[in-house]
Write a protein that binds this ligand. Structure first.
Ligand code: PMV
Length: 352
């Protein structure tokens, strides 16, 4: 049995926040200063595929390969934290049941691949760390629930904790210093709102933004708006958007989503030195969404932007012609001022 290779393969989806996580109260454990809420997108559009294997025959060091390139795990504290947490859970199982193979003592080999261009600046770390944690947990046959595993994925990348579940997912800040109550939980399954769609507009294929960890630290240290948002604005928005989701109230869902994206980017502008994630094309997309809603006489679409210029636009399937049709016709044909490749993908909300 020394010759055995144990293996597990899994996929994890991308999630796009409608209430943004921005700011850490603990940088080692990735504990956030505010709760956040996201929508998990279809894996047919955007996902990470990861295989984890282990064997006593492997060379001694754990290895990680991302999109065909070997990564230096030892220099990634976050990857090391995820792996050591998972290994400790496996070790506990082995200590309790001596008939189990001692997989915790074997070197790990993790191979991961995205089905979308990594350089496109789409939040790939969420799907990446969620897939890594799920694959190793499956390899180790861990009994922990997705909520339990979200505590580990969070240490890889904060937003990754929300990609272990489908549909509408909240990440609660928690209160404890050890982070044991800073977990993701499903607010509603994808099936609750089957009409929901997302269109992903890649306005820049280059990755030259301020990395999220660095940006958050600058904002936390220098922006007065930041504390106001975290303490007074986000708690009310979390409650309101959860109600909007329960009631499938697209008007409220959309307004809160757009306002929270704008507030998040306002705290970036309020940082010192200021941080710019959105560009001219991003702002053109904002104007277009407001124009489409005004012309329709009701709210049919909502934009949101992460730590980069790319737009995600939420809408309901019944409005796909006016939303996806108009966005493609206007933004897709106007290549002037575009920084990189334009592409769009329509995603359903997924069951995870
Ligand atoms: O998970 P991180 O550390 O890459 O941070 C993600 C931050 C945002 O994407 C801007 C917001 C969010 O909640 O996903």
């Amino acid at each position: 049995s020394n010759q055995s290779v144990y293996r597990a393969t899994t996929t994890a989806p991308v999630n796009i926040a409608v209430i943004k996580y921005w700011g850490k109260r603990d940088t080692t454990l990735n504990l956030p200063t505010n709760s956040s809420l996201s929508v998990t997108l279809s894996q047919r559009s955007l996902r990470t595929l990861t295989t984890a294997s282990c064997s006593a025959e492997y060379p001694p060091a754990d290895t990680l390969n991302l999109n065909g390139s070997p990564q230096d795990i030892q220099s990634s504290k976050r990857t090391l934290a995820c792996i050591s947490n998972l290994r400790a859970l496996r070790k506990a199982l082995e200590d309790a049941d001596s008939s189990l193979p001692k997989l915790s003592a074997h070197p790990l080999r993790i191979v991961s691949e995205n089905n979308f261009p990594t350089a496109a600046g789409l939040a790939s770390s969420a799907a990446g760390f969620a897939a890594l944690v799920r694959a190793v947990a499956d390899l180790y046959e861990l009994p922990q629930s997705p909520k339990d595993l979200s505590r580990i994925a969070r240490q890889g990348s904060g937003s990754a904790c929300r990609s272990l579940m489908g549909g509408y997912v909240a990440w609660r800040t928690g209160e404890l210093a050890d982070g044991s109550d800073s977990l993701a939980e499903e607010v509603a399954p994808a099936s609750h709102w089957p009409e929901m769609r997302a269109i992903v507009l890649v306005v820049s294929a280059e990755k030259k933004d301020v990395p999220s960890t660095e940006g958050m630290q600058t904002t936390v240290a220098t922006s007065a708006l930041f504390a106001e948002r975290a303490q007074n604005v986000v708690p009310e928005r979390m409650a309101a958007i959860e109600t909007a989701i329960q009631n499938r109230n697209f008007h409220d869902f959309a307004e809160i989503t757009m306002r929270d994206s704008n507030t998040f980017h306002a705290t970036c502008l309020d940082s010192w030195p200021p941080i710019f994630y959105m560009n001219d094309v991003s702002r053109a997309a904002v104007r277009l969404v407001h124009d489409i809603n005004r012309a329709a006489g009701r709210t049919v679409c909502a934009y949101t932007f992460d730590a980069g210029p790319n737009a995600v636009i939420y809408y309901e399937d019944k409005d796909s012609e006016v939303v996806a049709g108009t966005v493609k016709a206007i933004l897709g044909s106007n290549t002037e001022g575009w920084d990189g490749a334009f592409y769009e993908r329509v995603a359903n909300v997924t069951a995870g």
